[in-house]
Design a protein around this ligand. Structure first.
Ligand SMILES: NC(=O)c1ccc[n+]([C@@H]2O[C@H](COP(=O)([O-])OP(=O)(O)OC[C@H]3O[C@@H](n4cnc5c(N)ncnc54)[C@H](O)[C@@H]3O)[C@@H](O)[C@H]2O)c1
Length: 372
């Protein structure tokens, strides 16, 4: 079997989630890994069997990575993505692709110039239950989708992340860090977004780090932490989203989809939950049914599935699903929402979006379709 050699830049907290997933796929092998903090790369290399731990420059100069995973912090995503492409390697980036739309477009332009690919998180829209929901919707299970609701209702990473400061920089915050999942999950169901509008605030103004290493450090907040948003889709339908890190507890649903003949309570936007709820006006006699999907990639963490799919797409020479173009549209939406609140007006989207293909129904764990 042809294999894709994967490199990693940024061996921090989220790296193990990706590598635990990637190591399940026979068409992926580990090449080199790098971090500004050399000891982190050494530890990841030893734990996951990378051929070498090295500096970023050494990784980019080497030929033991065809596709490089960028797990650095958002503020440097763009420069690292550009450097990976300049070195002649494909890139799969953590979200956001860049913190500004204009920078993300530079990344896509560089990839085009070099004949390389860009992929980007989140990939939860490829999880089994999300794929199952989309198929039911396309088969008319709830009639025509007309509206959706999505909520990020948390209190931010102050209590669980060792270094939460970067989450409050411009280009992060609840919108770019977690709103990104909700927006991405709804896109395959509704298609391209046409216009966005929002109101926003920094309501909780005093934040300190609550984890051990930097306990008590004051956090400087440079981005809105509570946003109320409206998205209007080109093909019809709208979504209202509440994206907040100002909420200690909530019983709101994470995401719901409303159709002309029913409602779907969608799986959580940030995990690989195996079930969802369906209410139809026909079957089920007006009752809710809980549906446990039989699709793979549920029940644990499969962060990195989008990259495994991208590696398979490179081998099969077909488009990959967690694409840079989609991440660019999502960034257009997120930037537009923050701007809409700041400038007090609706914002028209300028970027394209095409729905990716659904996974084949017969795919098993450890497989990607077209590469069975
Ligand atoms: N931690 C999570 O639960 C989580 C979940 C989903 C997504 N993410 C995203 O993953 C990315 C990384 O998050 P994390 O939690 O692992 O952060 P982290 O701070 O734990 O790790 C980031 C790593 O990148 C390294 N780094 C920074 N700049 C670099 C550069 N220029 N070159 C090489 N290495 C560099 C740092 O030394 C650090 O080891 C972020 O974009 C974050 O939004 C994190």
């Amino acid at each position: 079997m042809k294999k894709i050699k994967v490199g990693v830049i940024g061996c921090g907290m989220v790296a193990s989630s990706y590598l635990n997933t990637l190591q399940k796929f026979a068409h992926v092998e580990f090449g080199a890994c790098a971090d500004l903090m050399q000891e982190r790369a050494v530890q990841v290399a030893a734990e996951y069997g990378f051929q070498r731990a090295c500096s970023v420059d050494e990784l980019l100069a080497g030929d033991d990575s065809d596709l490089v995973l960028n797990l650095t912090i958002p503020a440097v995503h763009c420069e690292v993505n550009l450097a990976i492409l300049a070195s002649g390697k494909h890139v799969y980036s953590e979200k956001p692709l860049a913190i500004k739309l204009a920078e993300a477009q530079q990344v896509l332009a560089k990839a085009k110039e070099k004949g390389l690919r860009v992929g980007c998180a989140p990939d939860t829209f490829l999880a089994g239950a999300q794929q199952h929901c989309r198929q039911l919707v396309e088969r008319g299970a709830i009639g025509r989708p007309v509206a959706a609701f999505g909520a990020v209702s948390g209190h931010g990473p102050d209590a669980y992340h060792a270094n939460p400061h970067f989450f409050y920089e411009e280009g992060a915050g609840p919108m770019l860090d977690q709103g990104v999942y909700v927006i991405t999950a709804l896109l395959p169901l509704f298609g391209r977004v046409k216009t966005v509008s929002a109101r926003a605030q920094i309501g909780v103004t005093d934040r300190t780090v609550l984890t051990e290493q930097r306990f008590g450090e004051k956090i400087d907040i440079k981005t809105p932490t509570h946003l109320v948003c409206a998205l209007e889709y080109e093909e019809g339908g709208m979504a209202n989203l509440m994206i907040s890190w100002e909420i200690w507890a909530s019983k709101l649903p994470n995401m719901e989809l409303y159709g002309t003949a029913g409602t779907m309570r969608l799986p959580h936007w940030n995990n690989y939950q195996s079930d969802f709820d369906l209410f139809t006006t026909e079957e089920g006699g007006g009752d809710w049914q809980n549906i446990e999907t039989d699709r793979p990639y549920v029940g644990g963490s499969y962060r990195g599935l989008g990259m495994a799919e991208m590696a398979a797409a490179i081998i099969a020479d077909r488009p990959h699903r967690a694409s840079g173009a989609r991440a660019n549209h999502v960034l257009d939406i997120m930037e537009g929402l923050v701007r809409s609140a700041r400038e007090d007006k609706p914002i028209e989207m300028t970027t394209p979006y095409d729905r990716p293909e659904l996974f084949a129904e017969n795919v098993q764990e450890g497989e990607i379709d077209h590469l069975l």
